[in-house]
Design a protein around this ligand. Structure first.
Ligand SMILES: Nc1ncnc2c1ncn2[C@@H]1O[C@H](COP(=O)(O)OP(=O)(O)OP(=O)(O)O)[C@@H](O)[C@H]1O
Length: 229
């Protein structure tokens, strides 16, 4: 199992319960959508996963390892196993496309030789080899997101988490991005995507986990955005 939540509850300091009694298993190599209204708890689940916050109750396992509480020394080691993609791309605007991806590799200690080999490979995978020397703000939104995806995959994470990755994109660009995610998943990387995009959820026919007021109210294989029953 890639991931297991056992009866996980998160109560914020102000006593607000953001997620409650979450039991969830995500298999290695799977592709899952997390859906639910704004405030349903999607971002809280993601923060728990990348150890930005600790659960108030319950246990979390990643690849069989208990990650419920990790020492501050171990958090960065855990995060390297996960690639995260956000709605607002979060690229470094003072660095070129090439440098953005190279920097992510430098951070985890890859050699210049490996960096020179891998950056062009991931740029080619997202179809942006010709933009290596551009700065992010010279690119369209969809292109910036493709760079963010390239940066997330370059260190070969076991899991990719995408939080509303197509929230700022038009339908055609969204389709291009979904093709890239499908290919990444096809090559074996586990994928979790939080989204409000009904069109993509219905088209992909993947597992759909629906949250409402911090609880899982639906979990279906080959599901749709809205409950059809
Ligand atoms: N640090 C915090 N302190 C207190 N309450 C919080 C905190 N972070 C989130 N919440 C509350 O927890 C609930 C769930 O928030 P969360 O961000 O997980 O929702 P979401 O489903 O990701 O929403 P969105 O789609 O808008 O990102 C919300 O009601 C939110 O106000």
């Amino acid at each position: 199992m890639m991931l297991e939540f056992e009866n996980v509850t998160k109560v914020y300091k102000d006593k607000f319960t953001a997620v409650q009694n979450i039991d969830l298993k995500i298999e290695k190599g799977s592709f899952s959508f997390i859906v639910g209204k704004s405030g349903a708890g999607k971002s809280t689940l993601i923060k728990l996963l990348i150890k930005e916050i600790n659960p108030s109750e319950g246990r979390l396992f990643f690849d069989g390892e208990d990650i419920t509480y990790l020492s501050s020394r171990k958090v960065p080691i855990h995060r390297r196993k996960i690639g995260v993609i956000f709605q607002d791309f979060r690229l470094l605007n003072r660095k070129t496309v090439y440098e953005n991806i190279a920097f992510a590799m430098e951070m985890v200690g890859h050699s210049p030789k490996v960096i020179r080999r891998e950056v062009p490979t991931v740029l080619s995978m997202v179809g942006l080899s010709d933009k290596a020397n551009n700065f992010p703000n010279e690119l369209a939104g969809g292109e910036q997101q493709r760079i963010a995806i390239a940066r997330a995959v370059v260190n070969k994470p076991e899991l990719i988490i995408a939080d509303e990755p197509t929230g700022n994109l038009d339908p055609e660009t969204t389709y291009e991005i979904m093709k890239i995610f499908t290919e990444i998943n096809r090559r074996g990387t586990t994928l979790i995507m939080a989204t409000h995009d009904r069109m993509i959820v219905d088209a992909m026919k993947k597992r759909v986990i629906e949250l409402k007021n911090g609880k899982i109210i639906r979990d279906t294989q080959e599901g749709e955005y809205y409950n059809v029953y």
